[in-house]
Design a protein around this ligand. Structure first.
Ligand code: GLN
Length: 449
């Protein structure tokens, strides 16, 4: 891992060339596209908060003139004519976009095994996954193939790979960061967010990407500036968010440290037992509608042979989408269909309200909530045999997206040589509190390690 201050110490054209060489030789498969103009971009005299800092961008975030595939065959040749809001902001602050990172196809997955371009390997053990869906963005920061990166989180896609790769990752409050130029999977749940090697770097990248954007109607109009609080918090451990023996032993070790300076109690969130099911119904429903635009006519995959509209449309989609994406389009269309809408979609929306209420109650009592990020250590490649087992791995992360509150994953104590992540949640727009607490814990963990 490379922090911004370390990069600044060594930042020269040769260091960037070395970094590009590292990517070229890498076994991780973290990148789908490397920016061929990175060195030229670096040479341009830039000032700004991220001047000369390499930043990798998830491949579902639009970059003008640079391939943006969503790790799907259907968009394998798509070059956007515009930059996403967050990419504009990176460029304004002088960042060097190093490349576009590998991910699950259309961000649907927890391991990057659904990518058309193959799985991303975990830098801590090449036989294990880096997590998903923003696996490339987490792996490249963990392996020093970039200094910073951006991902997107619909149900855990920033926090899961952050946890599996041992880096910091934040899903901001819904509306803090513009989604303009993010190719949508499930709009009501997702946010773009930062990955970094330390809390200060994460905060700086958030500062750059947060803020009002007229082109996203859900943009909240708030900015962000990190002013670390130095105080003791009332902290709730969410009972329903758990993990296996390795995860729990690492988590408990962190809790012991936390207890020395903060008040810690358990809190129960009864609605969470329905959260996973509700999340998947809502996410798949929104996906089925979002993905209707890929017809092979306007962009992406197109076939030489012109047939009737219906046949052409179905052939392009049969060839262009992978199995997981097709599964979700079918399940989502089913959940939204006339006879089943009330039974599934409407019910899921009701659960969503219950989850929001549970968070409201708990955050009335506690300043911060914590849990393990993922219920297990990183999976071996191919270990998750069926989709349902994969979905279940998201149990600790999806309630946050249903509610829209911010949540961060930070590395705590390794088990069996593999990273474990701790999840930190607070109320809407309380990123400053989350980052302050994370910074405190980061220092405590460093001191005992
Ligand atoms: N694993 C979850 C899903 O497949 C979350 C994905 C994401 O956050 N993009 O829906």
């Amino acid at each position: 891992m490379i922090t911004i201050s370390e990069w600044k110490e060594m930042s020269k054209e040769e260091t960037l060339a070395e970094l590009l060489e590292r990517i070229e030789k890498s076994k991780l498969n973290a990148f789908i596209t490397v920016n061929e103009r990175a060195i030229e971009d670096f040479k341009k005299p830039e000032n700004g908060k991220l001047a000369g800092i390499p930043v990798a961008v998830k491949d579902n975030i639009s970059t003008k003139g640079m391939l943006t595939t969503c790790a799907s065959k259907i968009l394998h040749n798509y070059i956007p004519p515009f930059d996403a809001h967050v990419v504009e902001r990176l460029k304004q602050e002088g960042a060097v976009i190093i490349g576009k990172t590998n991910m699950d196809e259309f961000a649907m997955g927890t391991t990057t095994e659904t990518s058309y371009f193959g799985v991303v390997r975990n830098p801590h053990d090449l036989d294990r996954v880096a997590g998903g869906s923003s696996g490339g963005s987490a792996a490249c920061v963990a392996a020093g193939e970039s200094v910073l990166s951006l991902g997107s989180d619909t149900g855990g896609s920033i926090r899961c790979p952050a946890s599996f790769c041992g880096v910091y990752g934040l899903k901001p409050t819904y509306g803090l960061v513009s989604r303009y130029g993010l190719i949508p999977y499930a709009n009501s749940l997702e946010q773009i967010g930062p990955f970094a090697a330390c809390v200060d770097d994460l905060a700086l990248l958030l500062e750059v990407i947060a803020g009002k954007d007229e082109r996203d109607s859900t943009s909240a109009g708030k900015g962000f500036k990190f002013k670390p609080e130095n105080r003791s918090y009332r902290i709730g451990i969410i009972k329903e968010m758990t993990g296996d023996e390795h995860v729990i032993s690492s988590f408990n070790e962190a809790v012991e440290l936390i207890k020395r300076e903060h008040e810690v109690e358990e809190v129960s969130m009864p609605s969470f037992k329905y959260a996973l099911a509700a999340y998947y119904i809502i996410a798949m429903s929104e996906a089925s509608s979002n993905l209707a635009r890929y017809d092979g006519v306007r962009y992406g995959l197109s076939l030489d042979e012109l047939t009737s509209w219906n046949e052409y449309f179905s052939r392009v989609r049969a060839e262009g989408f992978g199995d997981e994406v097709k599964r979700r389009i079918m399940l989502g269309s089913y959940a939204l269909s006339a006879g089943y809408y009330g039974k599934y979609y409407l019910k899921a929306l009701k659960v969503r309200t219950l989850v929001i209420d549970d968070f409201k109650k708990a955050l009335g009592k506690y300043d911060i909530l914590i849990s393990p990020t993922m219920p297990s250590l990183p999976f071996r490649i191919g270990e998750l045999a069926d989709p349902l087992t994969m979905y279940k791995a998201d149990v600790n992360t999806v309630p946050i997206n249903l509610s829209g509150i911010p949540s961060l994953s930070m590395p705590i104590f390794e088990r069996k040589g593999l990273p474990v992540g701790l999840q930190i949640m607070a109320n809407y727009f309380e990123e400053n509190r989350i980052l302050s607490f994370a910074k405190w814990l980061e220092e405590k963990i460093k001191a005992v390690s």
